[in-house]
Design a protein around this ligand. Sequence first.
Ligand code: UTP
Length: 296
Amino acid sequence: MTHPYKKVRKAVLPVAGLGTRLLPATKVMPKEMLTIVDRPLIQMAIEEALQAGIEEFIFVVSDGKEILLRHFEEPKAMMEMLESRGKTKEIDKVKASTLSHDSVKTAYQKKALGLGHAVWCAKDLVGDEPFAVILPDDTVRHTESCLAQMMHIYDAHGGNIIASCRVLPQDTTRYGMLAIEKDNDAVRINGLVEKPKPEDAPSDMGIFGRYILQPEIFAHLERHEKGAGGEIQLTDAMAHLVKEQPFYACEFKGERLDCGNDIGFVKAQIAYALDKDNLAADLIEYMTAKLKEYKA
Ligand code: UTP
């Protein structure tokens, strides 16, 4: 690294939201535990963070969401049973979804007051160092994880990095939108607006749920300023910090899939299933038949 900023070792995973768009599935089951083919969304997020070199995972949970933490513990009885039966493939799957006790930390958000508030709840566990934020319901399908792609920009420039993607005018009211300018080999962010009307959006670049932030963000989150939808928005705190520190956009490679709503969730099942050699042929055959049936 050629800049003075510290290495990013920690990731915050805000998983205390209500997941109302996926009701009734999320009445009891946290949204982030819903599976895309064979992996819960939260596991996909952790795998992405591991690929980017993250060493510590800070879960921001609410009461009743502890199942998200249990998913990463070693299930002793199940392991004994698998070992006694010589099920090596299954043992590998369990191990791949187990994290060391030391690498997992938990913060509580008592009330879902917004993403900014959830991140603020992790303040003491993050401390005085940069950190990543991953929203597990936003997934990116690509060989190199989205956060790893962001790390390349961080290594080159430091500061704060936001994953960004093109947004259609009719969708700006669902995204944080960015004011950007080209700065040699990087894209500098000059301003941010949460969920603007299309005519108020500063560009067609929107925020996708991945961030690398400096700890100074907490001073702005501390104010608990309410923004769009009456929620404490991370975008509003970043809009303050952008006046003090450099921010860069990472227009990542890969297919973005928003699994927090039903159509995105269904598309993700298909896309990730087609990536699997043991499922693709059957699925194509099934979908081809379904399409014919649908057209008839
Ligand atoms: P979303 O807005 O997509 O999640 O937040 P939500 O509020 O749970 O979903 P809907 O709109 O009601 O369907 C993105 C991420 O931020 C977390 C969510 O758990 C999700 O992972 N989040 C959101 C919190 O942890 N706390 C909050 O107060 C809000």
